[in-house]
Design a protein around this ligand. Structure first.
Ligand code: SF4
Length: 147
């Protein structure tokens, strides 16, 4: 199978409408998830967004956390802020103290305005820390895989 069209691909090729159909989540909810920092779409120069099959999976997992687990946006953001990115990325203790991703307990690291040296030039959308929720809605299992 062509890697770019594999269902596991991170290749952004889907429009908002198609992503909505595939995930079963209305477009306005997808926009809200983006606004709340739960999903990072691929941004075209024209400012339009594109999505991948990983994004479709991630959307379903976020939806599950809201509908089945009763979490609100703040709860999901707090949950995501606990992913120990500093361990995964092996940030130095000095770097951690300057990184909002390490300090904040209310926002995920990919939303941090100040980041450590290792993350400064990384594309969060493609990072394993951000991506750990693409494959499961169970954060604990995702963390075990990251460890
Ligand atoms: S690259 Fe982005 S998502 Fe990955 S650990 Fe750093 S801030 Fe978080």
């Amino acid at each position: 199978m062509n890697k770019e069209i594999s269902p596991d691909s991170n290749h952004a090729m889907l429009t908002l409408g198609i992503t909505s159909k595939l995930s079963g989540i209305p477009s306005h909810s997808i926009r809200q998830y983006i606004e709340k920092g739960l999903l990072i779409p691929f941004k075209l120069d024209s400012k339009r967004h594109l999505f991948s099959m990983n994004d479709v999976n991630r959307l379903k997992h976020i939806h599950y956390l809201i509908k089945e687990k009763g979490l609100n946006f703040a709860g999901i953001r707090a949950l995501f802020s606990m992913i120990p990115c500093w361990e995964v990325m092996k940030c130095s203790s000095k770097d951690r103290l300057k990184c909002e991703g390490y300090i904040s307990n209310s926002a995920p690291c990919w939303e941090a305005s100040s980041k450590g040296l290792i993350c400064k030039n990384e594309t969060c959308r493609e990072c394993v820390v951000y991506g750990c929720l693409n494959h499961t809605a169970d954060l604990k299992s995702a963390l075990k895989e990251l460890a």
